[in-house]
Write a protein that binds this ligand. Structure first.
Ligand SMILES: Cc1ncc(COP(=O)(O)O)c(C=O)c1O
Length: 381
């Protein structure tokens, strides 16, 4: 059976062959513990150090500012809970936004049950947080701001550098979840001016279950894992050498090929949008028209149910829904709700995301399949 065309690169990415090649020796031969001082520890130790350099180079920081984690979720938990615990004495007010991934929002909700005061900022129709809203939400007790760099569902890029200026002025720690932006656009921790930044390996062609947290020098969040002294004593546990090596290589490739990949993903995404607009109007694109990830197309089909479209195309195209429909009820994504996308559009929202492996032939076929399904299902109007 021919596999469906993959247009869900924001959910996860396939493993890059260069990543697999870099990891292979650590699977097959180099099993040593990087903390061992004998022969077997030496190559794994060097490999972890090299990976730290590769991640740091992509983010334009120093290797010692990178802590390896088990992924985007852990990096976000570490940053937010770690700062809440370490700096809670300075204040217990945290600012975040309505369109964060659950790996941020649920952490904040958890802290709320522990007497932290959480301000959840709204977004505009494009999914952008307003810098003025951030300024208005700041209180003397605000200790942390956590706003994502780019949204996973609609691709909107948030004004992090401007928020950073505010944070700096008020001496507030700033964290950003960059799980979706790293590898798809330039991400430089100094240009952004953030104190903490989360990344996830499986969004950049490395395996699932590995990630990293950038922590600005001088900032010491509470440890996320207590135990031995790995990761500069910030995150205990024997290093996941195999996957750390994969993440390092993925970052090296992301940096080396960024321009080429950005252009490619964007041209595939734009071809897809043009095809769908031509073939199955009325459609509506969600997210910011310019300040958007180059690969992300959140598209709504008027008066339709996203799950019916996905079911109809499922053997030929793999994509995600922006709304989950269960017979007579529709659960909209919190992101579309926050953007006030009208129900008749929101419930027919599909997220299509391109990647390095997407070809023009894939796009043309996907357009044909999606338009045929939409025409078949769309109620006569
Ligand atoms: C914006 C964002 N943050 C965090 C995560 C969670 O990352 P992980 O799957 O590595 O835990 C994701 C994954 O979907 C994401 O898109």
């Amino acid at each position: 059976m021919k596999k469906p065309i993959y247009l869900d690169y924001n959910a996860t990415t396939p493993h890059d062959p260069e990543v697999i090649a870099a990891m292979r020796p650590f699977f097959e031969e180099e099993f040593g513990n990087p903390s061992s001082s004998h022969y077997y520890g030496s190559k794994p130790k060097q490999a972890v150090a090299r990976a730290r350099e590769q991640v740091a180079s992509l983010l334009n920081c120093q290797p010692q500012e990178i802590i390896f984690t088990s992924g985007g979720t852990e990096s976000n938990n570490f940053a937010i809970k770690g700062c809440a615990a370490a700096f809670g004495h300075r204040g217990r007010h945290i600012i975040t936004s309505q369109i964060e991934h659950p790996a941020v929002l649920e952490v904040c909700r958890f802290l709320e049950t522990n007497d932290y005061d959480i301000a959840i900022l709204p977004v505009d129709e494009f999914g952008r947080v307003s810098v003025d809203d951030v300024a208005a939400a700041i209180k003397p007790e605000t200790v942390l701001i956590s706003i994502m760099h780019a949204n996973n569902e609609v691709g909107t890029i948030e004004p992090i550098a401007q928020i950073a200026q505010l944070a700096k002025k008020h001496d507030i720690i700033l964290h950003t979840d960059a799980a979706q932006s790293v590898g798809k656009m330039p991400v430089d921790v100094n240009r952004l001016g953030v104190d903490l930044l989360s990344i996830a390996g499986h969004k950049i062609y490395a395996p699932k279950g590995v990630g990293a947290l950038y922590v600005r020098p001088g900032l010491v969040p509470e440890k996320f894992m207590h135990g031995a002294g790995q990761e500069m004593a910030a995150r205990a546990g024997t290093e996941n050498v195999l996957e750390i090596v994969g993440l390092g290589m993925a970052c090296e490739i992301a940096q080396r090929d960024l321009e080429k990949n950005m252009k490619h993903m964007q041209s595939m995404r734009d071809r897809l949008y043009a095809g769908l607009k031509k073939g199955c109007d009325p459609v509506k694109r969600n997210g910011h028209p310019q300040k958007c990830l180059p690969n992300t197309l959140s598209i709504s089909f008027l008066g339709m149910a996203a799950n019916r479209i996905l079911d109809a195309i499922g053997t030929e195209v793999a994509a995600s829904a922006g709304a989950a429909c269960h017979s007579d009820t529709v659960k909209l994504s919190a992101v579309l709700e926050a953007m006030n996308v009208p129900l008749e559009w929101a419930q027919g929202t599909v997220r299509l995301t391109t990647g390095r492996g997407t070809t023009a032939a894939d796009i043309d076929k996907a357009v044909q399949v999606i338009c045929a399904a939409v025409k078949k299902i769309r109620p006569e109007g």
